[in-house]
Structure formats: C-alpha cells, structure tokens
Ligand binder design. Structure first.
Ligand SMILES: NC(=O)c1ccc[n+]([C@@H]2O[C@H](COP(=O)([O-])OP(=O)(O)OC[C@H]3O[C@@H](n4cnc5c(N)ncnc54)[C@H](O)[C@@H]3O)[C@@H](O)[C@H]2O)c1
Length: 347
C-alpha cells in the first residue's frame, strides 16, 4: 500500500520537502498540496506536475476534496498543533516538522487527540536519522565509555546577513532554543537514553543581531543520573562553523567519543564522523558508519509510512517528543527567570 498524503506548508523548507524529500520515498504519494501563498503553491504544483485540482489554499479545503491517509505539516511552528488537530479530527495520521509546538502543553493536546483516535502522530526530528548519532547511541548502550562524566555540545553558524523583511528565520519564536537547540536536545536524549531533569540557560542579545528573540544561548543540563551536559549554541558565530548537528564530546571513565553529523546538504551523510579514544590511547580511532536506505527527512518519512501501515510506532512519536519540548521550554523559562528550571513533561 502507498500512503496518500496531503502536504501542508511549502515555503523555504517545505518546498524542499516537496521537491526532494517526499519524492524519494516510494512508500508515500502526494495527493494534495496546501499553501495560502498562491505563488508558492503554483510553483510547487508545476514542479511536481500535479493537476490544479490537487492544490489548495487551506488544509480544510484539501481535506474536503481529496482522499488521503495522512497529512505532512511543514508550515511555521505556530500552525503545527492547530493543523495537526484538524487533520487528526478528520481521521488522518500526522507527520509534523520540528518544533512540534512552542509549548509542551500545546503539543500534549495533539498527542492526546492522536491517542484517543488511534492515529500515528510523529515529529520529524530528522537529525536522528543520520549514521553518526545512531552509532553513538549503540556505543553508549554497549557501555563503551563506562560511567559518563561530561558531555559538551557546540553549535556555531552565522545567519545574520539577510534583510529582516525577507528572512522569516529572524522572526521564528526563540530561534536558538526552539528552532535549533531542539535538534540537539532531541539527539541528547537519543544518544544517552537518559532524560533531562533540570536546566540553567542564559541567552545573549548582541546589538548586531537581527533576531526578534535570542540567537545565542548556553545551557547547563542536568540528566536523570546527575550527569551535567554543557551546551553552547550560536547563530551569530564568526568562529569556524560546526556541522548542523554540532560538535559533541562525550567523556567517560574509559574514554571519549567525539562525533559530528549533518555537515552538508540535507541527506548527505559523508560528513558524519565518530571517533573513540580509549583511556591510555594517544589518538582517536574513527568508527565505521553504516548507511541506510534513507537518511534525514526521508528516513523519518519512511518510518512514518511504515507505522501508518501497521509497523512499529515511530521512535520520534509525538508522545516521545513531549520530553524534548519540555527541556526546550524549561530552557526558555530559565533564560527568562535567571534561575535553573525543572523539566516538566506533561502527561
Ligand atoms: N528539520 C530541519 O532541519 C528544518 C530546517 C528548516 C526548517 N524547519 C522547520 O520547517 C518549518 C517551516 O519552516 P520554513 O523555513 O519552510 O518556513 P517558511 O516561513 O519559509 O515557510 C512557511 C510556509 O508555510 C506557509 N503557511 C503559513 N501558514 C500556513 C497554513 N496555515 N497552512 C498551510 N501553509 C501555511 C507559508 O505561506 C509558507 O509558504 C518550521 O517548523 C521550521 O522549524 C526544519
């Protein structure tokens, strides 16, 4: 069976989903596309060779006009939960871009609705679908480092050259915590298999920043067993840029793992790198990384299609993602309050 999808939100990233990610996955077929911008909608419709009857200005119109199994939402974050609820109420499975929502409570409403209706609700945490973090997860699960003593994560990019009016990114709510660090937070939970319990966060606002909210932030994250993770993220860094998944150092009694991931274009795994330096070794040894049929968004989309068809529940389910959102939200609370904040996961 092919999962028939309505694709909602065809902007900068959504357009790339439409043209590159979705067509690569044979388990899905687009039966409708939605965007309120007529120009954006028409450009994608033409590129995909879809009939005019498959293009809609709203999800409501699309749900009325076409038969679909699922809705893929790549519109702005503020629309994610309202669109997901509408799709779930129409009996459709949902795959939604990160950040699932700007608050964990808002996201929980969609999780509850999906559970009541027995529908798949997955968040596209695409950084999980790269070889390096998956191998690191397996190495840590195999106790390669013994007891962990520290994890340090750095993310550095520069995105501040565009005119304010032309670049929606500057207006994303919490461009560092909610737009970017959510990826690293979600990876932290995946690779360690541990949950965060408390965070102290500090945001800085350089005068040259074009961002409406914070573009630079640091966090100290306390995990459930007492491990402390240090995180430094910046959209305004003139230092050497990191890959999108950041630079990681994971230190334990028996050695250190370093990794980086998602270095190039979306889906390019050639820049993924994992090294292990065991106690007493003078140099680090690279670890061979397996590849999968699909990576990045395509890997998540394939997992979603398989769940819809009765396969395993997605590892990045809406329910799982509440835990990533809860840390993201606690970080924004801490940056505002100036004190450490507990991670509060809604039920
Ligand atoms: N996972 C990643 O690596 C990654 C990368 C970039 C962006 N994103 C995420 O993708 C999402 C979209 O980001 P973007 O950069 O494409 O934003 P964008 O502002 O460029 O595009 C958003 C599009 O959604 C449309 N839209 C707005 N309201 C809508 C609605 N109610 N129904 C349908 N369409 C609507 C707009 O007309 C626009 O075309 C965000 O959640 C962002 O965080 C994820």
């Amino acid at each position: 069976m092919t999962v028939r999808i309505i694709h909602v939100g065809l902007g900068g990233w959504g357009g790339s989903w439409a043209r590159e990610a979705i067509p690569a996955v044979s388990e899905v077929q687009v039966v409708g596309i939605v965007d309120p911008s007529a120009d954006t909608l028409e450009a994608v419709r033409t590129d995909l060779g879809l009939p005019e009857t498959a293009a809609f200005a709203s999800l409501t119109d699309a749900l009325t006009a076409v038969d679909a199994d699922a809705v893929v939402i790549t519109a702005p974050a503020v629309t994610h939960v309202p669109l997901a609820l509408e799709a779930l109420d129409a009996g459709k499975h949902v795959l939604v871009e990160k950040p699932f929502a700007n608050t964990a409570d808002e996201a929980a409403a969609a999780v509850h609705r999906a559970e009541e209706r027995g529908l798949v609700l997955q968040v596209s945490q695409n950084y999980r679908f790269y070889p390096a973090p998956r191998v690191v997860r397996d190495l840590l699960a195999a106790d390669t480092l013994g007891e962990l003593s520290a994890i340090n994560v750095d993310f550095r990019q520069w995105d501040n050259d565009r005119p304010f009016a032309d670049h929606p990114h500057y207006r994303f709510p919490h461009a560092m915590f909610n737009d970017m660090a959510i990826h690293h937070i979600d990876l932290l939970r995946m690779v360690t298999g541990q949950e965060p319990v408390r965070v102290f966060a500090k945001a800085t606002y350089p005068s040259f920043s074009k961002y409406q909210d914070e573009a630079v932030a640091s966090m100290l994250i306390e995990m459930q067993d007492g491990l402390v993770v240090s995180y430094r993220g910046s959209w305004l860094s003139r230092a050497e840029h990191t890959a999108w998944a950041g630079e990681w150092s994971i230190q334990g009694e028996d050695g250190e793992i370093q990794f980086t991931s998602r270095a190039g274009e979306p889906g390019d795994v050639s820049g993924d790198l994992v090294t292990v330096r065991r106690a007493g070794d003078t140099s680090a040894t690279p670890v061979e990384l397996p590849t999968a049929e699909h990576h990045d968004r395509q890997g998540g989309l394939q997992a979603f299609a398989r769940s819809v068809e009765g396969g395993p529940a997605p590892e990045t389910s809406g329910r799982d993602n509440l835990r990533s959102l809860a840390l993201m939200e606690a970080a924004t609370r801490s940056a505002a309050s100036g004190v450490p904040e507990d991670v509060v996961v809604p039920s």
